[in-house]
Ligand binder design. Structure first.
Ligand code: PMP
Length: 379
């Protein structure tokens, strides 16, 4: 099998499997318990918190563990229930749909903009959003500022008119960043995009900004997220961070993964008539691992199925929207063209790929597209 769907989820790293399997027997104690097995588990969790904080440029107290990015996104959006919320049209559904439920007209306002898109890899101009947010002022008597964080027992100390959240799920481990330098108040992460297990993630919440828990029913995470700690999962997350979020990895991404992606793009454009790129390959304009391509008069889903038959795994966009027959909302927002959106394929690479994988794709893809174009009524 040739796996080119790393943006949907990554194969679990062998180091992660090993660490989790050892943790099953060594760190089974409930991390909230006061006994020794509980303390041992909590120490492991705190080590992961410190590492994630270091990787993203935050303080450990600003990290809260969750079940993944969907929960993290839901949590942050719900803090601003009834407030003005602005998002890009290209956000993940867990942002767009929660924003639709929570949106109101009160201040303060929440801006939620991803730094890089999961379907096209495009990097967006977050600095512009942060600067726009800084211009909004609001009366410090807002209800959200009066809200006492019932577990941290403090009031919101950072009373601004607008705050910025960024879903950094696709960015972690691909390019270096620092949440403080980006000017973010909240950010979202998931372990399974960096070689860790599914079902573990985290969010960053800056000290002093508005917050209220979404998962209530326990004092875990200083009351910011109730629920028994997923110690084994968090240990897997830590190992994945250790392996994936470091300078060596970023360099490999920038040389190996980028060259695989760019070579495939170049060959598709020169060997497949009617192909066009939906990803801007210019350095700094997209993540190095994602390539989104449209093939005129060939349906993306059919291409995906034919490739699957050949043992090549790609996707037509976000796996979370699979089964939805509407064209990708991301490509519709970017191109405004339903045909381009319907005929798109996302190739997403990882460190497990080689130039041989690109060769294998190019052995079969031109024939598949030609066959489908021959069947199409669109010319
Ligand atoms: N946001 C983005 C940008 C994503 O790519 C994904 C996963 N497709 C999610 C959120 C959801 O993450 P999780 O699977 O951890 O809930």
């Amino acid at each position: 099998m040739i796996y080119l769907d790393y943006a949907a989820t990554t194969p679990i790293l062998p180091e992660v499997t090993r660490a989790m399997s050892e943790a099953q027997s060594n760190f089974f104690g409930n991390a909230s318990a006061l006994h020794t097995p509980g303390h041992l588990s909590l120490n492991e969790i705190e080590a992961c918190r410190e590492l994630l904080a270091k990787c993203i440029g935050a303080d450990p107290e600003e990290i809260v563990f969750t079940s993944g990015s969907t929960e993290s996104n839901n949590t942050i959006m719900r803090v601003f229930d009834g407030c003005q919320i602005e998002t890009s049209e290209m956000e993940h559904h867990s942002i767009i749909e929660t924003a639709n439920i929570c949106k109101g007209n009160k201040l303060p306002k929440l801006y939620s903009y991803m730094l890089a898109n999961n379907e096209t890899g495009d990097i967006l101009d977050l600095a512009r959003i942060v600067s726009q947010a800084s211009k909004i002022k609001c009366d410090a008597s807002s209800d959200l500022f009066k809200m006492k964080d019932r577990f941290r027992r403090d009031l919101v100390t950072d009373r601004r008119g607008a705050y910025v959240h960024s879903d950094l799920t696709q960015v972690l481990g691909k390019i270096p960043f620092n949440v403080k330098q980006l000017g973010l108040d909240y950010a979202t992460f998931s372990a399974h995009k960096i070689g860790g297990p599914v079902g573990v993630g985290a969010f960053y919440v800056k000290k002093g900004v508005p917050f209220k828990p979404f998962m209530i029913g326990g004092n875990q995470e200083s009351g910011r997220r109730g629920g028994t700690y997923n110690t084994v999962g968090i240990i897997g997350f830590r190992e994945a961070l250790r392996c994936s979020v470091n300078t060596r990895n970023f360099k490999k991404y920038d040389t190996l993964v980028r060259s695989l992606r760019d070579t495939l793009a170049k060959r598709i454009l020169s060997e497949i008539p009617g192909s066009s790129l939906n990803t801007d390959l210019t350095k700094g304009k997209s993540l190095p691992n994602i390539l989104n391509v449209s093939f005129k008069a060939a349906e993306g889903e059919s291409i995906q199925l034919y490739l699957d038959n050949e043992g090549i795994i790609v996707s037509t966009g976000s796996a979370c929207a699979a089964g939805d027959t509407r064209p990708s909302h991301v490509l519709m927002a970017k191109t405004g063209d339903a045909e381009v959106a319907h005929s798109s394929i996302r190739f997403s690479f990882g460190l497990g790929n080689t130039m041989g994988d690109v060769e294998a794709v190019m052995r079969v893809l031109p024939g598949i597209v030609k066959r489908l174009q021959g069947l199409s009524t669109i010319v």
